[in-house]
Design a protein around this ligand. Sequence first.
Ligand code: NDP
Ligand code: 8X3
Length: 250
Amino acid sequence: MKTALITGATSGIGKSTAIALAKHNINLILCGRRQERLKELQNELSKTVNVHILSFDVREKEAVFSAIESLPEAFSQIDILINNAGNAHGLDPIQTGSIDDWDAMIDINVKGLLYVSKAIIPKLVAQKSGHIINIGSIAGKEVYPNGNVYCASKHAVDALNKGMQVDLNPYGIKVGAIHPGLVETEFSTVRFKGDDERADTIYQGYDPLTPEDIADIIGFVVTRPYHVNIADLVVFPTAQASSTIVKKSL
Ligand code: NDP
Ligand code: 8X3
């Protein structure tokens, strides 16, 4: 049986991916800061597969490394890494954006992804196998008004995905990114700092993607034969044509 480590498993795409991979009979290492949510998901999914939980903030370098070093023997071989933890913080023009928001996005979406990758990639290189899936965004392919630093952080994920592909190719390690458009999760609630009413407006008047849609695709990606690597995938809801064009019926 394979083992997958998923960052950001307490909510949205990461949580749905955990549920989907359990259905594919993949053991799970679930990560996130909200330990209670991790425990609940562990209780639910342990009925099907082996589940270990690690609670850490991806911004804290030492915490990332000590959490991954602490993995018990049964979870020490990681076959699949899903770099999913991340969020947008704020939606402001560059001239008035908050430096704290900028720090959060760069520290979580870029540096956090790098810390987790650095803690795991040497193990994949040593075992000469593994599969890394980086969750990017349409914001990593396009830049939309007021998206500035979030878009920059996701462009960095796109570049890192390609960099990992090139550098890990000699070791037979698969690397691929999935770049979703609009998915209804806690993403906009976090972006708008708990303002649920404003968050809801983002998803009104059309059918957005659900986190299960992306999880279903991740389940497909990780179950392809060894010679097939899905390297770069943009996924929109049908109503969406670009980061700024969404067909709303309202
Ligand atoms: P959610 O807000 O629902 O989930 C975000 C997850 O990231 C949570 O599990 C959260 O866990 C974790 N996370 C956030 N900050 C940290 C941190 N500092 N340390 C550890 N974990 C952290 O959003 P989504 O599921 O939508 O987002 C998942 C990924 O998908 C992100 O990378 C996002 O950029 C990307 N994405 C989302 C889209 C969307 O429209 N929703 C579209 C395109 C890409 P906890 O708070 O418990 O730590
Ligand atoms: C999340 C999608 O369009 O809000 O990455 O940036 S978007």
